[in-house]
Design a protein around this ligand. Structure first.
Ligand SMILES: *Cc1c(COP(=O)(O)O)cnc(C)c1O
Length: 353
C-alpha cells in the first residue's frame, strides 16, 4: 500500500515504531516549559539546520501548519500589505488570506510555463510572497528565478517569503537567498499532519521587531522571544516535534535526498514523455516540479488508471481545479521507496481506457 497523494502523503514506515517509543518514553505528557522539552526543541532545531543546510543565524519556529505561516507573515511582517506572485491554488489562497488581514495586499498570476519576472514587483513592496513549489499545478521556481526575485527585493528593502510546503526536506534550497521559508511536515518529511516549520532570516526577525506586532498568540515577535529559550507561546504538538527529530536523525543530508528525488523525477518525466497515452501537464522542463508530477490524459483513462492503481493498493493524487478530471498527481516525496514507483510505472504501461 502506497499513497502518491501529495499531502497528506506517505509516512515513513519507522513512524510506527517512533509513535510507540514516544508513548513509552513519556513524551505525550511532557511539560512544555520543562527541561526535557526544551532539550528536544534545541536538538530538533540543530538537526534541521544540519540536515537541511539552514544557516546557523536563521531562526526556526514551530507552527501548526503552512496556512498558519501565511497568516503570521501577513500579521507580523507587513504593515500595509504583501505582494504575491502565483500560478496555482496555494499561492492564490495565500494572497486571499493576506488580503483578509491586510486589504492592500495584491497579487499577479503567471502561467504554468512561465518564470515570473522580477520587474513585476512594485517599488513599494514590503513582503514579496512566492510559492517555490506549487503543489496544485506541479510547477517549481528554480534557484535562479528565486535569486532574481530576491535581488530585486534587496534593492527595494523588501522581504522575500517563500512557501516550500511541498519541497522543504525534499530538495536542497538556498536558504540565504530569501528571508522567510515555511512548510508543514505532512509532505516531504513523511510525517502526520499538524506541525509547520517557519524559518526566518535575521533580517525578517529585525523587521518583526521594528513593527512590534504582538496582538496574537502567534505573533512572530512573541514566538521569537519564547524561542530564545527553546519554548513556544502555547502547548505545541510535542509528539510531532519528537517524530520530526527522530526522522531527521535517521535521514541522509539533504544533498543526497535531493539527488535521489531529481533522478527519480527525471525518470518519471521521461516515462510520460515516451508514453503515447500520458503526458506531463507542464510542458516546459524548466518550470516542472521535482517533488510533484502532474500527468495529463483523456478523462476516461485518468479514471481507469486511478481505479486500477487503487486495486493494487496504490493511491494517486487527484488533479486540481480545472485539471481535476484530465490529470492525476504523483508525489515524488522521500518517504516513498523506489519500489512504489516501479509498481506504478509497470501498471501505467498496461492500463487502457
Ligand atoms: C499543502 C500546502 C499548503 C497547506 O499546508 P497546511 O499544512 O495544510 O496548512 C500550503 N502551500 C502549499 C504549497 C502546499 O502544498
Amino acid at each position: 500500500m502506497y499513497t502518491f497523494n501529495p499531502g497528506p502523503s506517505q509516512v515513513y514506515p519507522a513512524v510506527r515504531q517512533y509513535l510507540a517509543a514516544a508513548f513509552d518514553e513519556g513524551w505525550l505528557s511532557v511539560p512544555h516549559r520543562g527541561e526535557r522539552f526544551t532539550a528536544l526543541v534545541r536538538q530538533t532545531v540543530a538537526e534541521l539546520k544540519t540536515k537541511l543546510n539552514i544557516p546557523q543565524d536563521y531562526f526556526i519556529f514551530f507552527t501548526s501548519s503552512a496556512t498558519e505561516c501565511w497568516e503570521i507573515i501577513a500579521q507580523s511582517l507587513t504593515e500595509r500589505g504583501s505582494f504575491h506572485l502565483y500560478n496555482g491554488s496555494f499561492g492564490e489562497k495565500w494572497c486571499d488570506y493576506a488580503r483578509a488581514l491586510r486589504p492592500a495586499s495584491r497579487g499577479h498570476q503567471f502561467e504554468l510555463e512561465e518564470v515570473p519576472d522580477a520587474a513585476l514587483i512594485p517599488d513599494d513592496a514590503e513582503v514579496v510572497c512566492i510559492t517555490q513549489n506549487e503543489t496544485s499545478t506541479a510547477t517549481q521556481l528554480r534557484d535562479g528565478a528565486v535569486l532574481n526575485l530576491y535581488n530585486r527585493c534587496q534593492q527595494l528593502g523588501a522581504l522575500l517569503a517563500v512557501d516550500v510546503t511541498s519541497s522543504l526536506g525534499g530538495i536542497q534550497l538556498k536558504h540565504i537567498k530569501a528571508d522567510v521559508w515555511f512548510a508543514s511536515v505532512q509532505k516531504c518529511f513523511g510525517l502526520p499532519a499538524g506541525l509547520g516549520l517557519l524559518i526566518c532570516s535575521p533580517r525578517a526577525v529585525a523587521r518583526a521587531r521594528e513593527l512590534g506586532e504582538k496582538g496574537h498568540y502567534n505573533s512572530l515577535l512573541s514566538m521569537y522571544e519564547k524561542m530564545l529559550n527553546f519554548q513556544t507561546t502555547h502547548t505545541p504538538n510535542v509528539l510531532n516535534i519528537y517524530l520530526l527529530c527522530r526522522v531527521l536523525l535517521d535521514r541522509a543530508p539533504i544533498k543526497a535526498i535531493d539527488q535521489h528525488l531529481r533522478d527519480r523525477a527525471a525518470r518519471l518525466y521521461q516515462f510520460f514523455e515516451d508514453n503515447p497515452q500520458f503526458s506531463p501537464l507542464v510542458q516546459n522542463p524548466d518550470t516542472r516540479s521535482t517533488t510533484v508530477v502532474a500527468v495529463q490524459a483523456a478523462p476516461a483513462l485518468i479514471d481507469e488508471t486511478k481505479r486500477r492503481a487503487a486495486a493494487l493498493g496504490l493511491t494517486l493524487g487527484n488533479g486540481y481545479g480545472k485539471w481535476a478530471k484530465s490529470t492525476f498527481r504523483i508525489a515524488n516525496f522521500p518517504a516513498l521507496p523506489d519500489v512504489a514507483f516501479e509498481q506504478l510505472t509497470q501498471l501505467l504501461t498496461t492500463v487502457q481506457a
